[in-house]
Design a protein around this ligand. Sequence first.
Ligand code: ATP
Ligand code: MG
Length: 673
Amino acid sequence: MDWLKGLNPEQQKAVKHNYGPLLILAGAGSGKTTVLVSRTGRLISERVAQAQEICVLTFTNKAARELKHRVGVKLGSTGKGLWAGTFHSFGLQILRRFHKHAGLSPYFGIVDQSDCNAILKDLLKDVKNSGKDKFDIDKILSMINDRRTGIAPAVEAFDEYHEMAEVLAPKFAKRLEHLGVVDFEGLLIKPLTLFKENPDILEKVQSMFTQVMVDEFQDTNRMQMDLINQIIKPHQNIAVVGDDDQSIYGWRGAEIKNILNFPKEHAKCEVIMLERNYRSSAEILAVANAAISKNKNRHGKVLRAEIAESTGVMPEMFLLEREEDECEFVVSEIHHFQRQGHKLKDFAVLYRSNTQGGLIESSLRRANIPYTITGGTSIFDRREIKDLMAYLKQSLAPNEVSLRRIINVPSRGIGDTTIEKLSEFALKKRINFVDACRFWKEAEVQDKAGESIDNLMKFIEDLPKNILDYNIGSSPGAKMVEIFQGIGYREYVYGTAADPASAEKKWMVVEILGRILDSYLGKRSYDVDSIKSFIDAMLLRDDMGGEEEDQNKVQLMTLHASKGLEFPIVILAGLEEDLLPHKNLGSDIDEERRLFYVGVTRAKQRLVMTRCQQRKKNGVVRPVAPSRFLLEIPKELYTEFPLGVRPVSGQEREDLVSSFLSKLDSKLTPAKK
Ligand code: ATP
Ligand code: MG
């Protein structure tokens, strides 16, 4: 099998590398990910390693899926067993496998940020001087996490937040342990502890994975680096690829030095640079290079455009008056390029903040342009999804966090007094809340509420079985929706929504979850284990793939979520001071500039940039200045349009006019009876 075909000499060199450390440091679109895929395939087909001995760590689960797919297409069953996923899914896999040693039950649950917030809020109640609503829980949680992961700088101003974080950090860890659940940070911390305390397990893992590869290495943090170093210790077969210019997660603890110091810290490391860009047109690349050249402390790479020739089309910059105009402009641009034969899936609209995304989303919706939102706050954050997931989690891994969430949702007569009684009883008897619910009689809960608890417990216990017992001609997802309708969840949604329209939307979320379940189950076996792995996948925000992926839809996403992806046409919106660079970031302008660079380098053929003259901030419309990143690019590298919209060509104008006239005509001519 020829895994080297079509690759340039440097890429081939990387693909042919067999053993020992390898660093591929190269700019955007230079084929780093391509090399990882080919190398994975070649290692397997040339029997350097078996598929199941290879571990590829990617930045998103979607990227992992793509890699497995590309290798699988060429290798068929020889490619089976290859492990690819994010660091979080890697940690999860290790903990599931060695759960006993990690002190966890086989079906331990994973808690997400909102669960953690609830736990923290609860802990805060018992701390003196914590005052109601005095503290921003998100902020404390992130400070606690920084402490746990060793990200917090040693010297820092000590204020009441730090004090609180210090007090709560150990309590928080203890509470998670007591609940038998793991949070996202724990998915990295716990495997490290597990390895430290059980050298035999570490050895097992080391021999399980004899080849390790990491994509987007510039955004690994200290724990992830530790994890890698542990696994590769005996064999040092580690290949990492990355681009220091695309490091955009410093705010989350990613350390650029991981990539820059890699050769120093890994003896006999081979370093390969890739200098040709195969993605973007020469014109787009010129803008990207001009932008990033303003950063200090770079490793300094050149990127030459390699695709056939320059397209002759410059990146474009449009100025709009207000943000509403910008949104309308995005719509008109999509129509414009559609008329030139582009498909909807050719477009990505990229922005810095989710607020911008929301505005653009609603104008696409109004214009009936199908879109998907990749990453970011999405359906996973919807209350309805969280409720249903809590039921599912509870059915497979009983835990206090999800039980408390759903105990009276939809309402079933289990009020605060009952919950209080159960909590006190649990405390007194030193049992957990879930068990306390089983002994409601002893907890002196009234019969009526107690019977509700019994019914709920029975419902939860039977849930997976009942979902899988779907009707002929139907599906597990549809059955799940039906089951929840059966216990009054639909009425609950309608009863708690502000108006019928929003109730309908909420209920739709439930139906979407049903469809996601079906698409996840797909070819998997329809059993409890599959539902279990569905829950894990949902918790890790693994977009479920399947039907969503190949659809012809415009893609909306934040700049952060766009990493590693590419699109024929990129619309980069909101190039303004305070948005990009973002105002909350204080000093790290370089990281913001890298984010701009990431955005620009996603584009293959066309790059359309926009900015507004004024934007709403805290409810007040204010004038805004163009992004400094824009001003840094020499004017001759892009076309700037005066205020307004894209001038249309003669032909396009004629088409527009005649389509308008024919619409008008049909309105004026009375419909035939
Ligand atoms: P990023 O830094 O954005 O993650 P990357 O370095 O991982 O980019 P890839 O996504 O692997 O780059 O490749 C960019 C594009 O170039 C892809 O469309 C890929 O198919 C193409 N490509 C890579 N190498 C070659 C090559 N030797 N010949 C032709 N096309 C190539
Ligand atoms: Mg890549």
